[in-house]
Ligand binder design. Structure first.
Ligand SMILES: Cc1cc2nc3c(=O)[nH]c(=O)nc-3n(C[C@H](O)[C@H](O)[C@H](O)COP(=O)(O)O)c2cc1C
Length: 202
């Protein structure tokens, strides 16, 4: 049975462009995977904790030596990692906030990019441990950073490709809906284009 892990990060509960696109992908995915299992995390509704000294200490303590407190400090990280390991596809939707990813998503990634769990150090350098998964990233932005000279302001796409690549994901599809702050025709056109691109990736 296939599993889709959907992670939304817009702060909006109503009228979110990125969640709308994620919803379209999910519907299409369910149509093609009728027996599929969906795990849904809305990081705005349930924000992950920021990394703490206790969490970092526990992450770098070998599992068999962790105290009860250290095990507790990693409970969310363990839960998120289990979901990621279970998933065949990671669907991550986000708005651009101040040229980067929402802070809730950064906090989430800090839980799942974990030594010994999703990556390891080898003689040849760090190596990703998550295999046989793909990621679909949905990015919405008020402006348009898809072309030069504004492309350099998009710190979302290169960051996510690096971060997800670091933990072993090789198949990463990025769908961008720019112009969300432009007039309605441009906004709708960008949404339609993104939806078409997105559904071809299911
Ligand atoms: C706090 C905040 C910061 C934003 N920063 C940017 C930005 O740096 N660049 C940009 O193009 N749009 C920016 N936007 C616009 C959003 O990316 C855009 O409205 C997007 O569609 C929001 O996604 P959502 O509808 O899923 O919430 C920002 C919006 C907010 C609320």
């Amino acid at each position: 049975m296939s599993t889709l892990l959907r992670i939304d990060s817009s702060a909006l509960t109503q009228g979110s462009n990125s969640k709308h696109l994620a919803e379209q992908y999910q519907k299409q995915w369910l149509a093609t995977h009728p027996q599929g299992n969906i795990i849904h995390r809305d990081l705005a509704m349930q924000p992950p904790e920021h990394l703490s000294e206790a969490m970092i200490g526990a992450m770098y303590t070998p599992a068999e030596s962790r105290s009860v407190e250290q095990q507790a400090a990693l409970s969310d990280s363990d839960l998120f990692l289990n979901e990621v390991k279970l998933a065949d596809t990671l669907l991550i939707s986000m708005p651009m906030y101040n040229f980067g990813i929402p802070s809730s998503l950064k906090a989430y990634l800090d839980h799942i990019i974990r030594v010994g769990e999703s990556f390891t150090y080898t003689e040849d350098g760090p190596k990703g441990l998550l295999k046989n998964k793909n990621a679909v990233i949905i990015l919405t932005s008020g402006g348009n950073y898809t072309e030069s000279p504004y492309k350099q302001f998009d710190h979302v796409t290169p960051y996510l490709k690096t971060a997800l690549g670091f933990i072993g994901l090789e198949d990463i599809k990025v769908v961008i809906a720019p112009n969300m702050a432009k007039e309605e025709t441009a906004r709708q056109q960008a949404l339609n284009n993104a939806e078409e691109d997105l559904l071809s990736a299911v």
